[in-house]
Design a protein around this ligand. Structure first.
Ligand code: PEP
Length: 246
C-alpha cells in the first residue's frame, strides 16, 4: 500500500514571513498521508525548525551531483540533509529549461540524493508541442529511463508527472490523460525494477492542482498524491488539497 504524499514546491518564493504559512500548514488537521514543503534554500534550516515535532517534512528544490567542492552557488545533497531536508525535487521542468538540465545530470543528482539518504522527487513531463505531436509517452519513457538511477526503490524515489503546459497555467489534463501517463509510468517502473519496487514507488501529479480539482485528480488510478506549486504557498489553499488526499 503506497502512502499518499502532498508535496509543495515554493520555487523562488518566500522570505522569513513565509514561515508563518509553513507553521499554519504544520498545524493543520491530522491526516493519513505524508506532507512535504520544499521552500527556497535560504529558508530550509528555519523551515526544518518550524516543522520540528510536526508531521510535515521539508525538502530542497535541487542539488549538485557532488558532495562538496568548487561549485559556486550550488548546494549538495549532503548539505540539504544537514539543513534538515528529507527530500529533494530534481529535474523540475523549470530547471530543465532555465538551467538546461538533461536526464544524465538529473540521474547523477538523484544518485547523490540517495547517497545522502534523501528521497528524490524526480519530475518528468511533456511540452504542449510534444503532446500535440502524440509524443507524450515517448518523452516520459525517455525521461524515466534517463533520469532515474538503477538503485531506485520505493523508499528513495518519488516520480512527479508534470505536463509543462499545465504548470502555473490553470490548464489541467483530463483525468483520462493523467491516468494514461500514470499507468504508463507504473508499467515502466515495474518492467525496469520488478513488481515489488515498481509498485511501491509513488507517482505524483503536478500542474495547476488546487482545492477545487484535487479530489477528482486523486481518484485517478496510480495517482499517489500531488506536487503543488502556487497553491502550496498559503495554508488556506494547501490544506484542502492535503485533506482531499486523506
Ligand atoms: C510545479 O511547479 O511543480 C507546479 C505544479 O506548479 P503549479 O501547481 O503552480 O502549476
Amino acid at each position: 500500500m503506497r502512502r499518499k504524499l502532498a508535496a509543495g514546491n515554493w520555487k523562488m518564493n518566500g522570505s522569513a514571513a513565509a514561515l508563518d504559512e509553513l507553521a499554519a500548514i504544520a498545524s493543520g488537521p491530522e491526516v493519513n498521508c505524508d506532507v512535504l514543503i520544499c521552500p527556497p534554500a535560504t529558508l530550509l534550516s528555519r523551515a526544518a525548525e518550524t516543522v520540528q515535532g510536526k508531521p510535515v517534512a521539508v525538502g530542497g528544490q535541487d542539488c549538485h551531483p557532488e558532495v562538496s567542492g568548487a561549485h559556486t552557488g550550488d548546494i549538495s545533497a549532503a548539505m540539504l540533509a544537514d539543513a534538515g531536508a528529507s527530500h529533494v525535487i530534481l529535474g523540475h521542468s523549470e530547471r530543465r529549461q532555465d538551467h538546461d538540465e538533461h536526464d544524465d545530470e538529473i540521474r547523477a543528482k538523484a544518485r547523490a540524493a540517495f547517497d545522502a539518504d534523501l528521497i528524490a522527487v524526480v519530475c518528468v513531463g511533456e511540452s504542449l508541442a510534444e503532446r500535440e505531436a502524440s509524443n507524450t509517452l515517448d518523452i516520459i519513457g525517455g525521461q524515466l529511463s534517463g533520469s532515474v538511477p538503477d538503485n531506485a526503490t520505493g523508499h528513495n524515489l518519488v516520480i512527479a508527472y508534470e505536463p509543462i503546459w499545465a504548470i502555473g497555467t490553470g490548464k489541467v489534463p483530463t483525468t483520462d490523460q493523467i491516468g494514461e501517463v500514470h499507468d504508463f509510468i507504473r508499467t515502466r517502473l515495474e518492467r525496469r525494477f520488478g513488481a515489488g519496487i515498481g509498485r511501491s514507488v509513488r507517482i505524483l501529479y503536478g500542474g495547476s492542482v488546487k482545492a477545487s480539482n484535487a479530489a477528482e485528480i486523486f481518484a485517478v488510478s496510480n495517482v499517489d498524491g500531488a506536487l503543488v506549486g502556487g497553491a502550496s504557498l498559503k495554508a488556506p489553499d494547501f490544506l484542502p488539497i492535503v485533506a482531499a488526499l486523506d
